[in-house]
Ligand binder design. Structure first.
Ligand SMILES: Nc1ncnc2c1ncn2[C@@H]1O[C@H](COP(=O)(O)OP(=O)(O)OP(=O)(O)O)[C@@H](O)[C@H]1O
Ligand SMILES: [Mg+2]
Length: 247
């Protein structure tokens, strides 16, 4: 078995006294794509926020072999964990390029000098952003914004990239681009934890999948197996239109 980058055991999290996650265990091998699918309100965003350290949680989070459940958010960022949240927190009054450069803040602080090369890599992944490098982020389309949000996270060279519903509200062609990007990031060795309601596309790009229902994993397994599981087909793939396939 490949090395585990992320090993979560018995994770509980919630808001005040309302527990939302009831003891989740999840593993991600280094260099793999793991997806968590599930209906609205299942706790998908809560899970990512707990892993990022935005939200307090109880249980064990092991990352690169180290226990990080009690480490603050800043520490987790420094260790290479990045979250692209559902609500895209971009600096609307800054240009595309300035937003991207801000994403490399941690590396700059560490004295890295190859930021320009990083920027070129992000532009190679998203040529659209390069065309619009001087445009204000606030004037980008929804799809371009999502690309910028992912690009900015990549500027920090994360080892673990967590994406919260990157396809939400985007047109099918843009969704296809985003999933293609996820596939090529995987090929470059980034480990990805992908939360999605677009179960079909998520299961196509992922190696492993978890179905989250009411704060518990109802099903889990190889993504290809889950894509053929009658319960998944009936609940999550049934009436969906044919995939925005990454290929
Ligand atoms: N800040 C908050 N305070 C109180 N309850 C919250 C808060 N954020 C989320 N919840 C509740 O926690 C539960 C899980 O929410 P969460 O956002 O994690 O779901 P989700 O699976 O991401 O849903 P969606 O697919 O709609 O994004 C929901 O019942 C939600 O109402
Ligand atoms: Mg959510």
């Amino acid at each position: 078995m490949a090395q585990l980058l992320l090993d979560v055991r018995d994770l509980h999290a919630g808001y005040g006294r309302a527990e939302v996650l009831h003891g989740l265990s999840l593993q991600a091998e280094a260099g793999s794509v793991v997806t968590v699918i599930g209906p609205n309100g299942a706790g998908k965003s809560t899970l990512l926020n707990a892993l990022m350290g935005v939200l307090p949680a109880r249980g064990e989070i092991r990352y690169r072999g180290e226990h990080i459940a009690r480490r603050p958010l800043e520490d987790r960022v420094l260790q290479g964990i990045a979250l692209v949240p559902e609500i895209r927190a971009l600096f609307a009054s800054m240009s595309v390029q300035d937003n991207l450069q801000l994403g490399a803040y941690r590396l700059v602080r560490e004295g890295r000098r190859d930021i320009a090369a990083l920027l070129e890599r992000v532009y190679a992944l998203f040529p659209r952003l390069e065309e619009r490098r001087a445009q204000l982020a606030g004037t980008l389309s929804g799809g371009e914004r999502q690309m910028l949000a992912i690009g900015r996270a990549l500027m920090g060279e994360p080892l673990l990239l967590m994406l919260d519903e990157p396809s939400l509200g985007l047109a099918p062609l843009v969704v296809r681009d985003i999933f293609r990007t996820i596939a090529s990031l995987r090929a470059s060795g980034v480990t990805i934890l992908l939360v999605e309601q677009n179960a079909r596309a998520a299961l196509e790009v992922a190696d492993r999948a978890y179905v989250l229902e009411m704060g518990e994993f109802a099903l889990q397994g190889a993504a290809a197996d889950l894509a053929g599981d009658p319960r998944v087909v009936a609940t999550y793939l049934g009436s969906a239109r044919p995939a925005a396939s990454p290929g």
